[in-house]
Design a binder for this molecule. Sequence first.
Ligand SMILES: Nc1ncnc2c1ncn2[C@@H]1O[C@H](COP(=O)(O)OP(=O)(O)OP(=O)(O)O)[C@@H](O)[C@H]1O
Length: 490
Amino acid sequence: MPPVKKQVKKRAPPKHKLPDPLKPGEVLTDSMKRQWKVGGAVGQGGFGLLYAASPNGPGTVGPNAEYVIKIEPHDNGPLFSEINFYLRTAKQDMIRDWMKAKKMKHLGVPRYIGSGSHEGKMRLRFMVMERFGENLHKMFESAGKVFTRRDVAMLAIRLLHTLEYLHEHQFVHADIKGSNLLLGFTKDTQDQVYLVDYGLAYRYLPDSGHRDYKEDPRKAHDGTPEFTSSDAHKGVPAARRGDIEILGYVLLQWLCGQLPWEDNLANCDYLRDQKIKYLRNIPSLLKACFPEGDCPDEMRKYLEYTSGLVLNSSRYQERPDYNYLRGLFTSALKKAGWKDDGKFDFLAAKPKASKKGQIKSSTDDDVQSPQKGRSVSPKKRAAPKKKAVKRRSDDSDVSPPPKKKAAPRKQAVKKRVYDDSDSDSPSPKPKPKAAKAKAAKSRKAKSPASKSPKPKAAAAKRGRKARALSTIATQTSPGLMARGRLSNGT
Ligand SMILES: Nc1ncnc2c1ncn2[C@@H]1O[C@H](COP(=O)(O)OP(=O)(O)OP(=O)(O)O)[C@@H](O)[C@H]1O
């Protein structure tokens, strides 16, 4: 891993505003005239708020309410994009029909429930969603920054189903990562994993046909730095192969603990070059991630497939072979004698559920490594500073934010800064060797030959660091954008 330490110029986040908080008991009426009563706050995004909610009725909204309402100021962009995605892609009957046709019990795409505008002190846009539980990034941290091979295989199968659905409905997600993957809310639904946050979702296949391969440095590096695709690093419109690549990095990180380029997340050109370098030489990527040579075969094959797909610009519009990729993981499970029962090993490492089975919110306490029962200090495990750049899809069925907010080029940028600092100081250095050794031990413990017990140590969860996020919302018009070219290695 080269010790790259280039100076990074950071752009200041664009100005944005958070919505005024809603009062518990406030009633919102959606575009179908259904009324929703707001309960307590359950989350905060970059510049939106989430509340528990129930259909309007007598009494207050309880802690186990089945819905959440996400609100943003009306002239912000991301929620506008998200609602557009949900309306086109995630209507309940669409998802039901797909699952029926594929004989599936679960699909990790949240159903569209409703949306609307609300006039209060400030004009708000809101969306009603099903309520979900804990996110996989927190689970990953609680599990000592490594998931077992069995868990990764079960997750990969579910996520490839989810991506296939999105892709077959003309969209790519473009920001797949643990913090956007939520488990079901109740104990009974914790085998279900939902992909949320469609603020970056992109309609790669509009009615006019698949987008063209066009590099544009001005749009480069959208997404979450460590995971985003080579195409995104070059400013190429997001396509299906990008989601496959991003998922590959996420799975790889879950298995080995840390990606080789996490030493300099602030430098997006470095990340692009590293990813392309390693894609051209998968054995070197595996060596960097698994120094003990214990990379699961299914992961190696997944990466080899991804490399072929991504490094060849003539395969930009290709439909990924979801069956082949899922088959890698189902065969691995079968070969090892593991059942795909959705009973994730990492759940055994998670703090106890509350009385009614809901997952408790996280704390900033130390996290115990379930594999070793060892405590890992928060300092060592602090996430490096990361930010995701978001650009809105340009097809919409909902009324767009007002034009006064639009930038001249009609493009939306949703910029996310993890951690509460926006300083230019370099990211905290990860500890590659320790993480890799831990990951190797965990993989061994879960190898087909061994039958080690599931981790029992109750792990306290750490709270996520505060985030700052900004958006300028506008309409994107790729045809108007100038076409720059970077060396792309294709
Ligand atoms: N349906 C849901 N049920 C429960 N919690 C949710 C749901 N959707 C999102 N959350 C949680 O709310 C928080 C913010 O949600 P989300 O990521 O969608 O917002 P955002 O504005 O896109 O934020 P960011 O992109 O900065 O993460 C996250 O912590 C997420 O885990």
